[in-house]
Design a protein around this ligand. Structure first.
Ligand code: EPU
Length: 336
């Protein structure tokens, strides 16, 4: 176990924020992870791909970087396959691995930053597909008892960008591997969400393969979302707010063009990107940080912004959205 002191976390978070960890250890096996937990650190921070966090201060804790690797096929039938994937595998590399094997189910989730082990925590989703659609189970270690437990899909209690690991069990478990069930034939192609259909039409593709769907998703994402390797960001900074029908009726009288999606009989989801755009923040730059010019939902670090800079911008946005639309915007990223 190689515990290092005062390590910069800049390479470990996609926002590229330079804060330091008091102690840092990278683990590449469950055995090593258990050994680290057995030292009973008083303060612990678990780090996966660092793609859904905003670091606003130095971390006065032992940061454990989950670097468990491996993908294996566990069962195969004529039309399905189950694979077990270690938590430290990069999400998009997993999607590419599946596409090479011609395993279907994750193609709409192409290019989402982050690692496999953190994907279930917020039930990552894009273009009409969520992680939960292919999820079978995950294995996780209890930080207190150091016992491994398998969580079924029901036990994970997945919701929109939500799961039991963000709610009742927050901070109690570290996911070590995830089992997915994917299709080997008769892939369920989903192209009716967002701009996928238009993108495929552009390329004159009528019956797309899963590889072609992935290519379309990548093209759409690249046209709107900044590549964290080039411009620091954490994807959607805010969740899309869900409001009541009555509130929506009021909003519509003032903003008849407001985009919206019916969620239930009484609730409607409004795209946070539209709210922030309409409030005039899109493309606004304040020195080294700002709101992305092509997607107002994404806050960006152009160089050496601090987490505090970005946090204060996010608060300014929340205040403006409350003032203009009377809507509370919740952050999607974890603020640390
Ligand atoms: N819009 C604007 N201005 C903007 C951005 C969006 O007016 O600057 C409008 C668009 O015109 C559109 C609507 O808002 O009518 C929705 O925007 P978009 O289709 O870009 O997607 P989204 O609902 O804002 C969600 C996810 C993304 C995911 C996309 C595609 C959330 C918070 N975000 O965005 O997830 O990629 O759908 O499925 O649910 C992420 O989580 O990091 C992420 C990028």
């Amino acid at each position: 176990m190689d515990i290092k002191n005062n390590i910069s976390l800049k390479p470990f978070n996609t926002f590229g924020i330079d804060v330091s960890a008091k102690e840092f250890v990278s683990v590449d096996s469950v055995k090593d992870l258990t050994a680290v937990l057995n030292t009973n650190p008083s303060n612990l921070m678990v780090l996966g791909g660092g793609s859904n966090m905003l670091l606003t201060k130095d971390i006065d804790a032992l940061v454990v970087h989950i670097n468990l690797k491996g993908i294996s096929v566990i069962t195969t039938s004529e039309d399905h396959v189950q694979i077990q994937v270690s938590a430290g595998e990069n999400w998009h590399e997993l999607v590419n691995w599946c596409l090479n094997e011609n395993f279907g189910g994750l193609e709409n989730l192409s290019l989402i930053p982050g690692n496999v082990g953190t994907a279930p925590i917020q039930n990552i989703g894009a273009y009409g597909v969520e992680l939960k659609d292919s999820f079978i189970s995950c294995e996780a270690i209890n930080i207190q008892t150091k016992m491994l437990k398998t969580f079924t899909k029901d036990e994970c209690n997945f919701g929109y960008r939500n799961s039991v690991f963000k709610q009742e069990l927050k901070g109690q478990y570290i996911i070590t591997s995830v089992v997915f069930e994917l299709t080997r034939m008769n892939h369920k192609i989903k192209t009716n969400y967002g701009a996928i259909e238009a993108e495929l039409k552009n390329s004159e593709i009528e019956n797309p393969t899963i590889q072609e769907v992935s290519k379309a998703v990548i093209a759409i994402r690249n046209s709107k979302l900044p590549d964290p390797k080039v411009i620091g960001n954490s994807g959607s900074f805010f969740k899309n707010p869900v409001i009541s029908n009555s509130k929506f009726e009021v909003l519509k009288t003032q903003f008849p063009e407001v985009p919206h999606y019916k969620i239930s009989k009484n609730t409607i989801k409004i795209p946070a990107g539209w709210l922030i755009d309409t409030a005039g923040f899109k493309g606004k730059t304040f020195g080294d940080f700002g709101v992305h010019a092509k997607q107002a939902l994404v806050l960006v670090n152009y160089g050496n912004a601090s987490g505090k800079d970005i946090l204060s911008l996010s608060k300014q946005i929340q205040k403006a959205i409350k003032f203009i639309f009377d809507i509370d915007l919740e952050t999607e990223v974890n603020i640390l």
